[in-house]
Design a protein around this ligand. Structure first.
Ligand SMILES: Nc1ncnc2c1ncn2[C@@H]1O[C@H](COP(=O)(O)OP(=O)(O)O)[C@@H](O)[C@H]1O
Ligand SMILES: [Mg+2]
Length: 333
């Protein structure tokens, strides 16, 4: 799989856009400035609270945080074994809730993006996903990226070569944060094109808040785990997803597989878009071919008669005049 295949499968030229845009060194956005200011104010108090002598973790005793930790604690018992959960030194705590992560959650709570953090619903390659609620009591999903070094080594390739994220310091912790911004911005971009992805609701550093896909009992199952009665229309929908993503949003998903598609409300919703890259990324074409290949493989397993060349042709040339970009991300019903 690679450029040979790409040449075979495409007849379009898309080289000419390549040189258009140059990397520019980037000024902090207003939002980032506000973040920094917020940080400076909060962190002093926060760090004081963390001092052993001033009562370590005392902020956790504030009512909403106390409730949060009590909730996490009781909800986690099924996941980590019996007995009360010692948040301060157990493994998940260290892995997920380092100090800066706690600060991010703290900020998301103070700014009203989330109210409670309830319990983990899934553990992915580089993140834990939590069940949480917003101030209206609505369930939201909180994806907390691990910040340990090992995890992020292989992510660098997706960030280098994407002009949207150039000119930033390459410190490890920064990479994680950039990764989350990338997932958030990809979710926004895809949502604006009307695609079925979880709506982005907020982010701070390594914490991403998005629409929750699931019911009271559990998150929605992966496409991989469900038996689809009528796969034809699902295939068509996913093919159009890839077409709109490429032709309109100018992105390649890069990890499009039945593991990253949830079966929600009787149809597919695509998740895990952190690695998606813009079309000018050196690997964009390779990713697109791989994504289409995965979809074709899934369709074949469902007994559909499909082939890669026509699927690729469709993704590149499908008429999408009916697809328009929104100005804002539509509200939930
Ligand atoms: N918005 C969401 N609603 C419900 N469950 C989710 C949501 N996002 C992710 N998950 C669950 O968390 C798992 C890991 O999320 P994913 O984004 O795929 O992370 P990773 O990059 O670690 O693979 C998913 O397989 C899914 O089960
Ligand atoms: Mg995944």
């Amino acid at each position: 799989m690679g450029s040979d295949n790409w040449e075979d499968l495409t007849s379009n030229t898309r080289q000419n856009r390549r040189n258009k845009k140059k990397n520019r060194s980037r000024k902090p956005t207003l939002e980032e400035k506000e973040d920094t200011e917020f940080y400076e104010k909060q962190s002093e108090k926060f760090l004081q609270d963390l001092e052993p002598k001033s009562g370590r973790y005392s902020w956790m005793k504030e009512d909403r945080h106390k409730r949060m930790f009590r909730d996490i604690e009781s909800k986690l018992q099924g996941v980590v074994g019996k007995g009360s959960y010692d948040w301060v030194d157990r493994r998940v705590f260290d892995q997920v809730f380092d100090r800066l992560t706690l600060m991010s959650l703290y900020k998301l709570m103070k700014t009203g993006v989330i109210d409670t953090l309830d319990f983990p619903i899934a553990r992915g390659k580089e993140a834990h996903v939590f069940h949480a609620t917003d101030l209206d009591g609505k369930v939201v999903a909180v994806k907390i990226f691990h910040t340990s070094n090992a995890v992020f080594k292989n992510l660098v390739q997706y960030i280098e070569g994407d002009r949207r994220f150039s000119g930033l310091k390459r410190r490890h912790r920064d990479l994680v944060d950039i990764w989350v911004r990338k997932e958030h911005s990809n979710l926004t971009r895809l949502s604006l094109w009307g695609l079925n992805v979880p709506k982005p609701l907020g982010l701070h550093k390594n914490v991403l808040v998005m629409e929750y896909l699931g019911d009271e009992e559990s998150p929605s199952p992966k496409l991989r785990e469900v038996k689809v009665d009528d796969p034809g229309p699902v295939y068509d929908e996913l093919l159009e997803f890839l077409a709109v993503t490429w032709q309109k949003a100018k992105l390649a998903h890069g990890d499009f597989s039945p593991f990253n598609i949830l079966w929600h409300d009787g149809g597919p919703t695509v998740i895990d878009v952190g690695q998606a890259v813009i079309e000018t990324h050196p690997k964009a074409q390779e990713f697109l071919v791989r994504d289409v290949t995965r979809l074709v493989e899934w369709a074949e397993k469902q007994g559909l008669e499909v082939d890669l060349a026509s699927a690729m042709y469709e993704v590149l040339n499908m008429n999408l005049d009916h697809v328009v970009k929104s100005e804002i991300i539509a509200e939930e019903d």
